[in-house]
Structures are given as C-alpha cells and as structure tokens.
Ligand binder design. Structure first.
Ligand code: GUN
Length: 281
C-alpha cells in the first residue's frame, strides 16, 4: 500500500481564506497581540509568521517585543494591560519564556476569554469536560487534517504518542470527544511498537526524529506527524520515518507541509472565535 499524502498546506490555506472571508464580513477587526520575551531565534521566526498571517486574514495583529531581562512582574503587568484593552481579543505569550520567568502564573494571568492558545486551566478544564472552548492550535489543526483525510473517528482505535500539555493531552481529549478509543503512550510505555501497531489513527508528538518506524504502523493506518526536528546535516524531519511509514499507512502527513501550517491557521480561527464570543457576552 502506498499512503495518500494529507496536504496540510492546502487545508491550512483554505482555513486561512475562510477566516479572512468571515473577518471581512464583520463590522470590526478582531485584535491579536503576541508577546515575545527575548530573542530565541525559532520563536522570533514563529512570531513573525503569526503576525503576517493574522494581518493577511484581516486581523489587527500586534507583536510586543520585550527584552530577555524582563521581570515576571513586568510581564504580568503587560498581560493585565492587554486583558483590560477592549480592542484585544486574543493574547498569545510565545513559549519558551526565559529561564527566570515561571510560565505557569503567566499563562494563568491571561483572561480565559482571550486565551487563543487554549493553555489557561479554565479552558483546559472545559476541553477535558468535552465543552466548547478555545482549544490549543496544534491539536485543533490535527483534528482538521483528520477530517480532511476522511477517516471515521467514532469507535476507531487512536494512539497519541506524547503527553505534553501543548499537544498530547489536548489531542487525546479531542479524539475522545470525537468518540475514538484513545491510548496515550509516552517514554515509559512498555513495548511501544506493538502498542502503535494496534492503532488505526496514530498521532506522533514526541519530538524525537524519525522515532516511529515502518513496522510500528498498521496496514492502512492514518499517521499524523506533529514533530519538526532539525538534524545535524540540516534536514528537517518529523517524529515519523516518512518513507518507511508511507509504504504501509493509508494516509500520512509530510514534514514540512503537514501539521505545521495548520497551527497558525488555527490561531487565526481561535482569534476570530474569541472575538465573536466576547461580543456575544
Ligand atoms: N511555542 C511552541 N509552540 C507554541 C504554541 O503553540 N504556543 C505558544 N504560545 N508558544 C509556542
């Protein structure tokens, strides 16, 4: 079997276009503020892409750049100002924060109604109760790719590889809400390969280059690769050994061009969702 390639670039472009069309029909501009502390090179690139994509979708996007030496108290004061600013619908504090800042109280300081990352415990709680809420962008993007693949999630055996707060845990909650039977595997799971082989839907989010091998994948399974890893030779690879797995999977996401573009597109959608919900209150 040779897998169908799930084209995240195309699905993300369609979602960005649909957000732009919905935004253009509003009588106001949704506002998104991204806060970047320090000059982490990867974060600097991500933040620029978020700003550019939001602006193109008709969102009033702004990036607040703070020096790496910013104190926790000063960062909390910036967030309090954004919470109080009615023109701001979405607030995103780019992670990781510098080591002297504790990210937990920072994320908890964001008004849950403006929490377009979906990291606030109130929104995490809603998600795990299966209630509508602002959902973390990457797992939300994975759900949209699964929908695009045409797979039936109801009753399907789904495996989430990785248990992070940003991807693994919310991913498992979304798949559960979609009536899949979900297993979360991680670095301490016994016989990981055999566990993965049972899955009809396999989502890899562990941050280990090409860890999922071809013989971990069931014939015809849907494989979603959330990983983006830079190898010493400069190549960009996922958590999935692509060629080996594409030879057995029914459908698979490439890296790059799979999950990556969905994350930003979902951030735009979350900003619009937050803007509409705030005006309904
Ligand atoms: N850094 C890497 N991924 C993310 C994300 O989804 N949100 C934020 N705020 N920072 C990140």
């Amino acid at each position: 079997m040779s897998a169908t390639i799930i084209d995240g670039k195309r699905v993300a472009a369609e979602l960005r276009d649909s957000v732009a069309a919905r935004t253009a029909a509003l009588s106001y501009k949704p506002g998104l503020t991204v806060v970047l502390v320090g000059e982490d090179p990867a974060s600097t690139v991500y933040v620029k892409s978020k700003d550019r994509a939001a602006t193109a979708a008709g969102i009033a996007a702004r990036t607040i750049r703070l020096p790496a030496t910013t104190s926790q108290a000063d960062l909390l004061a910036v967030i309090a100002g954004l919470n109080a600013d009615d023109s701001v619908d979405g607030i995103l504090v780019q992670l990781p924060l510098p080591a002297h800042i504790n990210s937990r109280p920072v994320l908890e300081a964001i008004d849950p109604a403006k929490d377009v990352d979906g990291f606030h415990p109130v929104n995490v709680g809603h998600l795990h109760e299966g209630r509508p809420t602002l959902v973390p962008c990457t797992p939300l993007g994975v759900m949209k790719l699964l929908e695009a693949s045409g797979v039936t999630l109801r009753g399907a055996r789904a495996m989430v590889l990785g248990r992070s707060a940003i991807v693994g845990k919310p991913m498992a909650a979304l798949l559960t809400a979609a009536d899949a039977t979900v297993t979360i595997a991680h670095s301490r799971t016994r016989d990981l390969a055999a566990e993965c082989r049972r899955a009809e839907v396999l989502v890899a989010a562990v941050g280990r280059p090409e860890m999922v091998r071809g013989d971990w994948v069931a014939d015809g399974a849907i494989v979603i690769d959330v990983g983006i890893n830079r190898l010493a030779d400069g190549r960009l690879v996922g958590d999935v050994a692509y060629d080996e797995c594409a030879a057995v999977a029914g459908a698979i996401t490439p890296v790059p061009g799979g999950v990556g573009p969905m994350t930003i597109a979902c951030l735009l959608e979350n900003t619009l969702t937050a803007a509409e919900a705030r005006r309904r209150r």
